[in-house]
Design a protein around this ligand. Structure first.
Ligand code: SF4
Length: 238
């Protein structure tokens, strides 16, 4: 490597390091997010691990509000793998037809119910590999279920968390998996269980994809995003 290339590489590394939050800043960030919302949870409505698994499966490319509307009608009729399997794909579709990709999702949810009955005694397994082997279940869904149904400190990185982790400098990464691994490394243990809820909610309501609400953001002074939305809290137009 030429001396110029070495200098350039060192400068790039310095700037990468500078764009990351320090451990003290991360502690402050989560302390503030916690103060604003001490007991965060998913906005999906559920009362059992199976209901959560179905709701998360339905929520891909759909809003939590839309999924809740559908499951409020579905769960009183069928909220166990046995009941969903009995309903069948055609019986399930009318309940979820307002949700995007409902044909595929209906097929997955029924196949998932059958697999749970055949391989797991009708229970949701507390095991990543078994969860990811279910139809329609990927790493993110498995992480949500492990975290929210079983209390494990997993990090389900969705589009909101990916954006917040990169913009703020909390855990920059080019891929979802890189951000997930980065977050697991830097989030202090005491905040790990609830961190993904705080970050999702922050991304959904404050650090929005278009025109983030930086003037009203509780972590603005910590955030490394160079293109913050300008304005003072009292003067910004809404
Ligand atoms: S200051 Fe702006 S970009 Fe940074 S976290 Fe807050 S809303 Fe997002």
């Amino acid at each position: 490597m030429t001396p110029a290339a070495t200098r350039k590489k060192a400068a790039t590394q310095r700037s990468r390091r500078a764009s990351r939050l320090s451990a003290a800043e991360i502690e402050t960030m989560f302390a503030r997010l916690k103060a604003l919302n001490p007991k965060p949870t998913t906005e999906l409505e559920f009362s059992t691990p199976y209901e959560l698994l179905v709701a998360v499966t339905l929520s891909a490319q759909a809003t939590d509000v839309g999924v809740n509307k559908a499951t409020r009608k579905l769960f009183p009729v069928a909220n166990t793998p046995q009941q969903i399997a009995r309903l069948g794909v055609e019986g399930l579709k009318p309940y979820i037809s307002t949700i995007g990709l409902y044909n595929t999702k209906a097929a997955n949810v029924v196949a998932m119910a059958q697999q749970l009955i055949e391989q797991h005694g009708g229970q949701v397994p507390r095991d990543r590999e078994a969860l990811e082997a279910l139809p329609g279940v990927g790493r993110k869904t498995a992480n949500v279920v492990l975290n929210t149904a079983f209390g494990e400190p997993t990090m389900a990185v969705d589009t909101h968390i990916f954006r917040v982790a990169n913009r703020t400098g909390l855990a920059p990464g080019k891929t979802v998996r890189a951000v997930e691994d980065g977050l697991l490394k830097v989030v202090p243990a005491q905040y790990l269980h609830d961190a993904h809820h705080w970050l999702i909610l922050h991304g959904r309501y404050v650090c929005k994809a278009r025109r983030p609400d930086c003037p009203h953001c509780a972590i603005r002074d910590l955030c490394r995003y160079p293109d913050k939305t300008p304005g003072e809290p009292d003067t910004i137009a809404t």
